[in-house]
Design a protein around this ligand. Structure first.
Ligand code: SPD
Length: 361
């Protein structure tokens, strides 16, 4: 980062593969996390949520350029490029205990939610992500009853889970209450998910929550996290996946947000490898979401040892669930054809990950 040699050096040290645990002991940082780490938290704080000359850009601008000029922050999650949206009006900007929260009205995508400078959703295309991350796992399991959402404080994934009448309990563990409050105020079409009486909200750290959860409680877990930078970084590491597997029933399913195949092939490879060490069956699916980096987002789907799960052919098709596609509001993206198509991988990605994925479906 410009103008800060000391912190730059520490960053470099972490990027080189070692970090101190605070007791002077060096620990090896897994390669997937190295790729995700950008810099120290104090550095991050300077870079977040900048709206410069009426435009929001991701990755965020760094304001402290010479003579007040905006300088682009070269975020290693997507280096050498930026995606910008024209800002009509900033509606909310504050710092929670965990992150900077920004909501703005954009010129072309409706209202936009941004956390720590990273776009989380827009009103125009949110349904593609929320429908896919929820129904890929839930339509792959017969009659899911207990479901857990990790993150997902905007409520959009809850809204989608609610379409499944077999579901009896929807636990959600979100660390940042400000995200929920902001969603209720600015994104009522997503926050409606919280109104379902089956939803039980837990504000806190998901790792802690899962540690206390009874073993084998859930039929499905959906990890709707932000990118693995800063607080969400633990969510791509092996211990977290082990905790998730423990909380799932035999044959239970996990769906985890898994970045862009155009930008993060190595991170995806690392995540798949880590999941393969814990889960019986690991598959990769993807979807188009125009406002995410490179316009696509991936999902890792895993199932635990137990009854076989065929992710690629929905056993619990949404079309056969009475009223599911119109429950509260019409579905706009997911259907059984999209489900099957999501597992078709372009040749360049297949070359990289096919040998890592489970051969059985
Ligand atoms: N690169 C951004 C990925 C964001 C994933 N989480 C979005 C939350 C929407 N419920």
């Amino acid at each position: 980062m410009e103008g800060d040699g000391v912190k730059g050096l520490v960053c470099q040290k972490i990027m080189d593969g070692n970090a101190s645990n605070g007791n002077g002991v060096e620990k090896t940082v897994p390669s997937c996390c190295l790729k995700a780490m950008s810099c120290l938290p104090e550095e991050d704080a300077k870079c977040h949520s900048t709206v410069v000359s009426g435009w929001f850009s991701e990755p965020p601008h760094l304001r402290s350029g010479k003579r007040g000029k905006a300088v682009y922050f070269n975020n290693p999650m997507w280096p050498g490029e930026a995606h910008s949206l024209k800002v009509e009006k900033v509606l909310f900007k504050d710092k929670s205990d965990y992150q900077e929260v920004l909501v703005f009205e954009s010129a072309t995508y409706g209202k936009v939610l941004v956390l720590d400078g990273i776009l989380q959703l827009t009103e125009k295309d949110e349904f593609a992500y929320q429908e896919m991350i929820a129904h890929l796992p839930l339509c792959s399991t017969p009659s899911p009853k207990n479901v857990l959402v990790v993150g997902g404080g905007d409520g959009g994934v809850l809204r989608e889970i609610s379409r499944h009448s077999s579901v009896e309990v929807i636990d959600i563990c979100e660390i940042d209450k400000m995200v929920i409050d902001v969603s209720k105020k600015f994104f009522p079409e997503l926050a409606v998910g919280f109104e379902d009486p089956r939803v039980q909200l837990h504000i806190g750290d998901a790792v802690e929550f899962l540690r206390k959860s009874p073993e084998g409680k859930y039929d499905a877990i959906i990890v709707d996290s932000s990118d693995p930078v800063g607080p969400a970084q633990a969510l791509v590491e092996k211990p977290f996946f082990e905790t998730l597997a423990r909380a799932l029933k035999p044959g239970g399913v996990l769906c985890n947000m898994a970045e862009s195949m155009w930008l993060h092939t190595h991170l995806i490879e690392d995540m798949i490898s880590v999941c393969r060490q814990t889960f019986k069956n690991v598959q990769y699916a993807w979807s188009s979401v125009p406002t995410y980096p490179s316009g696509v987002i991936g999902f890792i789907l895993c199932s635990t040892d137990g009854p076989a799960v065929d992710f690629k052919n929905p056993i619990n098709p949404i079309e056969k669930l009475d009223g599911a596609m119109t429950y509260k509001r019409e579905m706009k993206f997911y259907n059984s054809d999209m489900h099957r198509a999501a597992f078709a991988l372009p040749t360049f990605l297949r070359r990289e990950v096919a040998s890592l994925l489970s051969s059985s479906s």
